[in-house]
Ligand binder design. Structure first.
Ligand code: GDP
Length: 297
């Protein structure tokens, strides 16, 4: 229903990588995401603390921007993929240096490989007296993840989410991996994005955090998203501030929806409200028929 646009080479610009953190429970995914966020909040900056909208952006000392999905774990990654929204460019595989490769580590490796997304290994908890990073590296060999120190090409970084050691190196490695991937998008076309999370907010109505994948989303834009449609009433960034537009790899909260979409739904800007309503109605109808058919089977 929605025509895809061919981008001309000269319209393409480099966009920040989108990163998902995966790994075994308790290996430090949440701590690492928190530590990265905190280390990059400029002191005295408005608000100081980023607000939780499901994703956030940081800037490295070299000025490279990185977008982190704030929902660690595999469920988010696989449910987004199963809905057709492949948003992750780089997977950070967190492995605790005082533990080993565990079942969910292996699961994460398999997810990343299936999605053909490059991995960077963060060997976490390096501050622990019983940390043994080389054991992690050897363990990973058995799962065909060969890190640089083992003469492979998977970047690996020793970090501590608690002391902050290695965090800058990790961010530099991500920026390096992103350069290799040569990620590009066309900010001048109509926006397309993926819903990271959505909920019905008592005061604000349906709110969706959308990660823009290509194009630029602006206030007033009319869009369809899954079975819903809307007109952008306001855009709010990861600092809780209102913005007029959001370009590629930028996460924003979108207000102005007529209903609540689901994580993994794709947002597309269209020309008219009539079009938006028609596409949303068609999808809703098709989804109802699919459910009825599934119920009858
Ligand atoms: P997740 O389940 O992978 O998200 O793991 P969490 O971030 O919740 O961390 C699990 C536990 O490990 C918590 O008690 C953390 O404080 C601790 N932890 C996480 N990172 C580190 C680290 O770098 N060093 C140490 N010593 N403890 C850590």
């Amino acid at each position: 229903v929605i025509t895809s646009v061919e981008d001309k080479d000269e319209e393409l610009v480099t966009r920040p990588p989108v990163i998902t953190v995966m790994g075994h429970v308790d290996h430090g995914k949440t701590s690492l995401l928190d530590a990265i966020r905190k280390s990059k909040v400029v002191a005295g900056e408005a608000g100081g603390i980023t607000q939780h909208i499901g994703a956030y952006q940081v800037e490295t000392d070299d000025g490279a921007k990185l977008t982190f999905l704030d929902t660690p774990g595999h469920a988010a990654f696989t449910s987004m993929r199963s809905r057709g929204a492949q948003v992750t460019d780089i997977v950070i595989l967190v492995v605790a240096a005082d533990d080993a490769v565990m079942p969910q580590t292996i699961e994460a490796i398999n997810h990343a490989k299936a999605a053909k997304v490059p991995m960077i290994v963060a060997i976490n908890k390096i501050d622990r007296p019983d940390a043994d990073p080389d054991k992690v590296r050897t363990d990973l060999l058995q799962h065909e993840v060969i890190v640089e120190k083992m003469s492979g090409d998977v970047l690996d970084v020793e970090v501590s989410a608690i002391t902050g050691e290695g965090l800058d190196t990790l961010l530099e490695s991500i920026a390096l991996q992103a350069e290799i991937l040569d990620l590009k998008a066309n900010p001048k076309r109509q926006a397309q994005g993926a819903v990271i999370e959505a909920q019905l907010d008592i005061g604000r109505g349906p709110v969706a955090t959308v990660l823009i994948q290509t194009g630029t989303l602006r206030k007033g834009d009319i869009f369809v998203v899954g079975e819903q449609w809307g007109k952008v009433r306001a855009l709010i960034d990861d600092r809780g501030e209102r913005v007029d537009e959001a370009g590629p790899s930028v996460p924003v909260e979108v207000l102005g929806l007529n209903g609540t979409p689901e994580a993994g739904d794709v947002l597309n800007v269209v020309e008219t409200e009539g079009q938006a309503r028609e596409i949303a109605d068609y999808r809703e109808h098709a989804a109802k028929e699919r459910r009825a058919a599934a119920g009858a089977a």
